[in-house]
Design a binder for this molecule. Structure first.
Ligand code: PLP
Length: 504
């Protein structure tokens, strides 16, 4: 089978590699600045200084004042903080938040939660590229509206919103604007004043900084109340001893934002070249992202008609290429991306879509390699792994002694759905520890919860020279839906837990 050895990371909207200057600064802080920034003695004063300088750096990067920055444990926390604070402050006098149907989960699920507490959430109209219909939005603003919450750049498609215009409209009606700017920072200019934002949220790990630290911009004079109560850190706005190494790493990453913006023009060109070449390889592909100018320079979401993204991603992974589907896995429901659905894709089209998100370090050589692998995948005559549909996996196949069912789900998924009868349970992330127990003379059928992890393990087994390997399309979720009777009758019977590291 065709296989080149190179690693290409095209999932930079999920997270980014920690840069060298960031690591250096974090190591320095870990080694030398263990003092608590709130303490008064000399050992701690350097920590307080680093905290202050980091705040100044981050403020400078987004054109805010240092006292307008609050450090948090993540952008998810920052999003939760603002939404919950404003809802609590305004309810029941005002009840309405206007948002979009394509926000990140940390906004979407918080809005869902707030709806259970009496808040009304209205999602504004977006076009087929995910761009907000601003005229329609303007008409939605009424005296009940206490917040407009719209992300600057979408994580799945890269769609950008005209927040300067939206803020203008909102402020005419005295409504504040909150923007999730997590994906925008480092890819396009983010100037909270030019955009007219009242609240904005950021995350270090999307700009080559560390995971576990976010920042919240609250414009001077705007309402704020803390989510986390306790000590007086962050001027009483966010309790908890500061993760100084993370904060300093965030600031170091921000120092390089200007360089990232300069390099992003090249990233945009590489992305456009990639998309053009893909169009030649498979003329029917559909680009779900907006045109340049209305899209992040590094992001493109593409549907490949007739191609299951689970199988495609597994093949790319097998060849060292990391991409994402923007679709949940290991969840109770095999839910396709809410963003792609909101811009009009069917479930099937969403399951044929892949997000490629480049970094400024990606080279033409990387892209050429990725194109070669994709060409091989799209034009190959026979897949090295077989795909078994839920309909094919009937009682006969389940009970066939030549079938070896390998269930690689997580424990919490097994609590939701029992395993297929005669399954052998192993853990997905440590599958290499079970390899000696898996028979080589049988037809291995890998099963996961929703059909996303099993192709990856199937390719892994293939690379270990297992002859007949396949996976269950749509996983346990799809199989149970089609065979409720069989599931009730046989689910969970005769299941064996494989022992990690054990010999057969
Ligand atoms: N908002 C957007 C648009 C994101 O892409 C992400 C991360 O995936 C977040 C918020 C959450 O960031 P964090 O991982 O810091 O909680």
């Amino acid at each position: 089978m065709f296989r080149l050895r190179r690693r290409v990371y095209l999932d930079n909207n999920a997270t980014t590699m920690v840069s060298h200057p960031v690591r250096k600064q974090m190591n320095y802080v870990l080694e030398h600045c263990y003092g608590n920034p709130s303490s008064l003695y000399k050992i701690a004063r350097n920590s307080a200084l680093i905290l202050q300088e980091s705040r100044e750096q981050i403020a400078h990067t987004i054109n805010a004042a240092p006292h307008e920055i609050i450090f948090t444990g993540s952008a998810s926390e920052a999003n939760n903080t603002i939404l919950k604070a404003l809802a609590e402050h305004h309810y029941p006098g005002k009840k309405k938040i206007i948002s979009t149907p394509i926000e990140h989960a940390s906004v979407m699920t918080t809005l869902e939660y707030l709806q259970t507490r009496g808040i009304t959430v209205e999602y504004c109209r977006i076009d087929e590229k995910g761009r907000v219909d601003i005229d329609a939005l303007e008409k939605q603003v009424d005296e009940q509206t206490f917040l407009i919450c719209i992300m600057l750049a979408n994580n799945e498609t890269g769609a950008l919103q005209d927040l300067a215009k939206i803020s203008g409209i909102a402020h005419n009606r005295d409504v504040p604007v909150m923007a999730d700017c997590v994906q925008a920072l480092g890819k396009i200019e983010v100037d909270v004043r030019r955009l007219g934002l009242d609240y904005a949220t950021f995350s270090a790990h999307k700009i080559h900084g560390p995971k576990g630290v976010g920042a919240l911009f609250v414009r001077e004079g705007r309402f704020f109340s803390p989510l986390i109560h306790g000590g007086h850190q962050e001027e009483g706005k966010r309790a908890g001893t500061e993760g100084l190494h993370n904060i300093a790493g965030f600031a170091a990453a921000c120092k390089d934002v200007d360089k990232m913006l300069v390099k992003s023009q090249k990233t945009r060109e590489l992305k456009e070249y990639f998309v053009d070449e893909l169009g030649k390889l498979k003329p029917g592909i559909v680009i779900n992202s907006p045109e340049a100018g209305q899209c992040l320079p590094n992001t493109v979401n593409i549907s490949f008609p007739g191609v299951s993204n689970a199988v495609f991603m597994a093949y790319l992974d097998y060849n060292g290429i990391a991409v994402s589907a923007g679709s949940a896995c290991n969840t109770q429901e095999d839910a396709p991306s809410h963003v792609l659905k909101a811009i009009g894709l069917t479930d099937e089209q969403a399951r044929q879509s892949i997000r490629f998100s480049l970094s400024t370090e990606i080279t033409l050589k990387d892209i050429t390699y990725v194109l070669k692998v994709i060409e091989d995948f799209l034009h190959r005559e026979k897949s090295p792994i077989s795909v078994v549909t839920p309909a094919q996996l009937n009682e006969n196949l389940l009970m066939d002694p030549r079938t070896y069912l390998l269930d690689i789900r997580f424990g919490y998924d097994r609590k939701i759905l029992s395993s297929l009868p005669n399954s052998h349970e192993a853990a997905f992330v440590t599958i290499h520890k079970y390899i000696d127990q898996i028979p080589r003379d049988k037809n291995i059928l890998v099963v996961c919860q929703a059909g996303y992890n099993s192709p990856i393990v199937s390719y892994y087994l293939k690379s270990k020279h297992f002859k007949n390997v396949g996976f269950l399309l749509g996983g346990m979720v799809a199989w149970r839906l089609l065979h409720p009777g069989l599931y009730k009758k046989l689910g969970g019977q005769n299941v064996e837990k494989l022992k990690a590291g054990g010999k057969r």
